[in-house]
Write a protein of this length. Sequence first.
Length: 290
Amino acid sequence: MTDLTVALHAGAHKTATTHLQRTMADNMALINEAGISFRGPNAFRTPGATLRHMFEIGLKMEEPIPGGPQAMLKNLADGRDRLIISEENFLGSLNPPDGPFRRLLYPDGPGRLESLAKRISPCPLDLFFAVRDPATFMQSAYSQVLSSGRKVSLQDYVNDVPPKKISWFRLVRRLVEKNAARRIWIWRYEDYPKIQEQIYSHLLTPEIARSIVPHPVRVNKGLSQAAVEACLSDDPQSPSAPEAKAHYPVGETYPRYDGFSEEARRLSRIRYEDDLERIAALPGVQLLRP
């Protein structure tokens, strides 16, 4: 097991994680042939058998696997030299079940990363993580809340937390300070379509990256302005979010929902670019750019 390397793709949520996971699944034969094991979220979404349960990070499995975390690691690697885990829920949830948007992104994430690194030691751990402009990130999170059935306004959901107050730098700095990951690879969600080969080059190998065929369609398109208005209507016959999404799909006819003012979006972009510059200067962090 000492020759095994582990890569954790930990999100963030709403940064094309599902598209990356489906691309990996589409190219599974190629990845397996290269001696790499990929485990996506479906491997960690069984109640009582999440990634945290498996590696005994603040939780205990009802029936612990004989041999503990090292045996689990061996099972997941399946005899291959590199294990890639993609599970955006590992660092924490994006939305509390009934609460507002979190002021601090993934507050328990750095501690969980540190625990995982200890459980898999001496195998080195690489972290892969995407960030996104806070304004569109919060709007996408809000759309997810509506899709779950909660009927809440954007104003109540953001809880007086403007996008300019959301800091990716603060989170990444805390991840770095734990000194748990050998390397941390970061990219902008907005750059994802242009840098997929770069991402797969580091996640897999440069040779395999050149042969990876991206998943052909965008997975989650969010909600349109008309769909959000329909969901929030006081009409007893108002549609559910999935119904509204199907009836008012994002496109030329129905523009994407945008609940923040132009000024709020401008300030969000400024904070975002400042965060990215500071993230790129952190030790052990590689910011991927087109």
